[in-house]
Design a protein around this ligand. Structure first.
Ligand SMILES: O=C(CO)[C@@H](O)[C@H](O)[C@H](O)[C@H](O)COP(=O)(O)O
Ligand SMILES: [Zn+2]
Length: 196
């Protein structure tokens, strides 16, 4: 296979992953957006976490909430738990890397807040611990996963939302996750501002 064909395969596979995800996830994404708006309108906030590419997704989502997505509006309360290098290194060094998010959730999370938990495998221990802490704090969890949903898929409650991408390659799952983030931002803005 030549290099251009190899690149083409990525586009083809990504398009297919998105098509399959659309068919199963759009209703759940709409419900997640409604839960987020209800939380934000009730003085709540959204905490987001994930590792590697998903850390970037958590940060990307928070930036579009606090800054803006496509329309001018007041900033919305969201925070990435994956960006504070001092907190991440101190907690990782002094306690355990599994606790880097959960300790922040316990410190910052309040009843009615939302945890956006992002893990392509559904098995990252620090994301799982963050979900346990969110439940202790009576927060709702919205989980973005992939593959078979992993352990995260098994520990969510009926109050939570599992948005599991039906794909097995990490890169493809991440590409759908970022699309889901933009769809969420758009739905939130639409509910708050109306428009097209
Ligand atoms: O972006 C990628 C791979 O595309 C990596 O950085 C990837 O996010 C990391 O390996 C993560 O540690 C994977 O964690 P998870 O998605 O299974 O929770
Ligand atoms: Zn990646």
């Amino acid at each position: 296979m030549d290099l251009i064909q190899r690149v083409n395969e990525h586009f083809i596979e990504s398009i297919a992953a998105k098509q399959q995800a659309m068919e199963v996830l759009s209703p759940g994404i709409a419900v997640a957006a409604e839960k987020m708006v209800a939380c934000l309108m009730n003085e709540g906030k959204i905490l987001a976490c994930g590792n590697g590419g998903s850390a970037a997704d958590a940060q990307h989502f928070a930036a579009e909430m606090v800054g803006r997505f496509e329309k001018e509006r007041p900033g919305l309360a969201a925070l990435s738990l994956a960006t504070d290098t001092s907190a991440l290194t101190a907690i990782g060094n002094d306690y355990d890397f599994d606790m880097v998010f959960s300790k922040q959730v316990r410190a910052l999370g309040q009843t009615g807040d939302i945890l956006l938990a992002i893990s392509t495998s559904g098995n990252s221990a620090n994301v799982i611990e963050a979900i346990h802490s969110a439940h202790e704090r009576q927060m709702t969890v919205i989980a973005f996963t992939g593959k078979d949903g992993g352990k995260i898929g098994e520990l969510l409650t009926s109050e939570d939302i599992l948005l599991n991408v039906p794909a097995f390659r990490t890169a493809r799952i991440q590409e759908v996750h970022i699309l889901m983030i933009h769809a969420l931002c758009d739905a939130i803005d639409y509910m708050l501002l109306g428009g097209e």
